[in-house]
Design a protein. Structure first.
Length: 312
């Protein structure tokens, strides 16, 4: 399994064909039961294949590993520089895999049952300020089709708080500019209606009238946001869009597309939005996930007090 961002790779053996087929059978069943996102499925496939390769190098099978194997593998990952959150995801996938093996009768005991996951600190999402967002939105050159597309994407992202995958996956049929709403399919295939807002509607109308036809050409693509020659825009391409315009706007912080989602949530709360309404807009399954933004807003108020109060 390859290391990440310069981390040394763990020693692995080639993945046996039978192990690959076993992983795919589990993932097919897991997707059918949970409706997990493509990103989650890809991460589980990568983690399970990495563990299977590591086991194969020691003459062990994925359906026959024990707790000692798992501890040794986690120790190797720790030495290789993998972060606690990455190991927590690995353990989550292995738990689901072992529960599936138990249900099918392939194993009699779950080797992950007594293995504790790494402790994860609760990191607060970093959201750019309202002034930084205004500078970012003004950065694209709207005299070009690509610049007009970028402005429409950034405005829509900030107006709705969409996930990046939801934004780049939007199709024309999901957008109703007359009613001012999007029909978004989020995690687990759940649909939600998200209001767009007047400013985003304005830029979407301009993009649809001029830039999109120029980018679509004769492709007939139903994707809302397009690269040249009608190609669908990818998450990586939108990441580059955000980075490029953040540099033009003079934003020094490392701004990611997800930072716009954080900005949407934090700025709404700062202006008195209801937490449960925000949960619906963001598409969070649990209110506890949304509540972290109340901590972000509280930290922002504390910094404001320290900066401006005479006794701050």
């Amino acid at each position: 399994m390859a290391g990440r961002r310069g981390k040394p790779a763990l020693e692995t053996a080639p993945l046996p064909g039978g192990e690959a087929a076993l992983i795919e059978r589990f993932l097919d069943q897991y997707w059918a039961e949970s409706g997990a996102s493509g990103n989650t499925m890809a991460a589980y496939r990568r983690d399970l294949a990495g563990f299977a390769c590591w086991l194969a190098g020691r003459g062990r099978a994925l359906a026959r590993f024990d707790r000692a194997d798992l501890y040794d593998f986690l120790a190797d990952r720790l030495a290789a520089g993998y972060q606690p959150r990455s190991n927590a995801r690995l353990l989550s996938g292995l738990r689901r895999f072992c529960q599936w093996l138990l249900r099918t009768g392939a194993i009699g005991a779950d080797p992950t049952a007594l293995v504790e996951g790494p402790r994860l600190g609760r990191s607060l999402p970093k959201a750019p300020g309202e002034g930084e967002i205004e500078a970012l939105l003004a950065a694209p050159d709207t005299g070009t089709p690509e610049g007009l597309r970028d402005r429409a994407m950034l405005e829509l992202m900030y107006a709705t708080g969409l996930r990046v995958s939801e934004l780049v996956g939007l199709e024309l049929a999901q957008v109703n500019l007359r009613q001012g709403v999007l029909r978004v399919t989020g995690k687990g295939g759940k649909e939600r209606l998200v209001p767009i807002g007047d400013e985003a509607i304005h830029w979407l109308q301009r993009y649809a009238a001029g830039a999109r036809p120029a980018l679509a050409g004769r492709s007939g693509s139903q994707q809302l946001f397009l690269a040249s020659q009608g190609r669908a825009l990818t998450r990586q391409a939108f990441w580059a869009v955000v980075k490029r315009h953040a540099a033009v706007a003079g934003i020094r912080a490392d701004l990611s597309p997800h930072g716009l989602r954080h900005a949407f949530a934090t700025h709404l709360l700062n202006r008195g939005a209801d937490l449960r309404a925000l949960q619906l807009l963001l598409g969070h399954a649990s209110l506890s996930t949304t509540q972290i933004y109340t901590l972000v807003a509280r930290e922002g108020l504390k910094r404001l007090h320290q900066r401006h109060h005479p006794r701050g």
